[in-house]
Design a protein around this ligand. Structure first.
Ligand SMILES: Cc1ncc(COP(=O)(O)O)c(C=O)c1O
Length: 415
């Protein structure tokens, strides 16, 4: 696309193409996916450790979902675009017990097509184009797409530093707020964390909530990895901090991570603010979750016995994959921050850069992709303030592939 005379698109349509929302490492993933590793057929194949999916659980989930395929006719029709009340009632019971740590009502939930859709719609209602949203870094890379592409917001990072293990402190929040050149309307906080796999304590969450209330901004807790915890720190939901979160705090959860079902596209907003819920409702028609999927997921979450077993197996497998990766990384001399949840470790590859710059980080990412055929998420995508950190996702591949990938990475780093 070179200019208006040769394009069939509007200006903003062209901008979408000129500045693609998809990051380079994800484009590389789709280019290489056809040559994926296979223990027998392609042992030297491409290994993706950059996509946040818990594929290992598909074999457990798929036969269970097959039980609910005789759909009732009513799910073929229009219903509430934030989710049929029947679905949200089941969701409210499930989320109250398993995720949120206290009772929420179906009317306080809005289910849309994935956490990304919830983020986009929610922030459309919370802030105007040009407003700022604080995001502590290292961070999930997708927030920039979710908040900036159509909502026109500006993410203002709260850079945390490796010297104190990337600790988010009120002082760092104050500094980011003071230096921001746009009006800050909200803070977006993720627990369990992506990309570090850190689970935040009750005291830390209270600190974040108190800071946001003191600053007079909304706070959105992204809890999409709530059930994916295996370490010593238990998950604490922001919803459980007190009896009511009040109008300024909101929680997001989804089926994409904890149920490994990112393709089904279902994310959930929990809010006690009737105005926010009404605004989200007004936008929901364009981001609705299909009636078929709602039915499927409603049946799933209502099946308490299956859910018990599923969560137990999922946590055991995640913990095992984490332990494998931790040991393999130690074997090649790579350090990472300890993780208690999520799908990731943030690896410190600073000693292996040819110079301390993001250009060198990109070169190393390329070498790992081309020579080791392993795709890691470069720290720049997660807005890590210092070059040389790489996110490794250990939930998406079998343990054998993880071992092979780390061994290959080790050979490139040693070379
Ligand atoms: C922290 C976080 N929030 C939101 C999302 C988006 O999830 P979904 O696929 O449900 O849109 C992701 C996906 O990786 C994530 O890691």
């Amino acid at each position: 696309m070179t200019g208006p005379s040769t394009s069939t698109l509007s200006l903003r349509g062209r901008q979408l193409i000129d500045q693609p929302a998809i990051a380079e490492y994800i484009r590389a993933h789709f280019q290489n996916a056809a040559e994926a590793w296979d223990a027998k057929a392609r042992p030297d194949g491409y290994i993706a450790l950059c996509i946040a999916e818990n594929r290992g659980m598909w074999e457990v989930l798929r036969p269970q979902l097959a039980n609910y395929r005789d759909i009732p006719a009513r799910v073929l029709g229009y219903d509430a675009m934030t989710g049929a009340l029947e679905f949200r009632t089941k969701l409210a019971a499930f989320m109250s017990e398993r995720v949120l740590g206290r009772r929420v009502e179906a009317e306080q939930l809005a289910a849309l097509a994935g956490a990304g859709a919830v983020l986009e719609v929610l922030f459309y209602a919370l802030a105007d184009p040009g407003d700022g949203v604080l995001v502590p870094t290292p961070s999930y890379a997708g927030f920039w797409t979710d908040l900036e592409t159509r909502d026109g917001l500006e993410i203002v990072t709260v850079p945390c530093a490796s010297e104190d293990d990337f600790r988010l402190t009120p002082a760092r929040l104050d500094a980011a707020m003071a230096e921001a050149t746009v009006p800050i309307k909200a803070l977006l906080f993720t627990t369990p964390d992506n990309p570090m796999g850190r689970v935040y304590t009750r005291a830390q969450l209270l600190e974040v909530l108190a800071w946001a209330e003191g600053a007079g901004v909304h706070v959105v807790f992204d809890e999409v990895y709530a059930l994916s915890v295996f370490g010593e720190r238990p998950f604490v939901s922001a919803a459980s901090l007190r009896e009511r979160l009040g109008p300024w705090a909101h929680v997001i959860w989804a089926f994409s991570k904890d149920f490994g079902a990112s393709g089904l596209r279902c994310g959930v907003l929990v809010s006690e603010n009737p105005e926010v819920l009404a605004a989200v409702d007004a936008l929901s028609y364009w981001s609705a979750c299909s009636g078929d999927t709602q039915y499927l997921l409603g049946e799933l979450v209502a099946d308490a016995d299956f859910i018990d077993g599923y969560i137990e197996t999922m946590r055991a497998r995640l913990g095992q994959a984490y332990a494998e990766v931790h040991a393999a990384l130690a074997g090649i001399g790579v350090h990472h921050l300890p993780a208690d949840g999520g799908f990731f470790v943030l690896c410190d590859l600073r000693p292996f850069l040819d110079e301390p710059s993001f250009a060198a980080e990109h070169r190393l990412w390329r070498r790992l992709l081309d020579e080791a055929r392993v795709n890691l998420t470069p720290g720049a995508a997660c807005r890590v303030a210092e070059p040389g950190f790489f996110r490794l996702c250990y939930a998406s591949e079998p343990v054998e592939a993880l071992r092979e990938a780390v061994a290959r990475v080790g050979r490139v780093l040693a070379g």
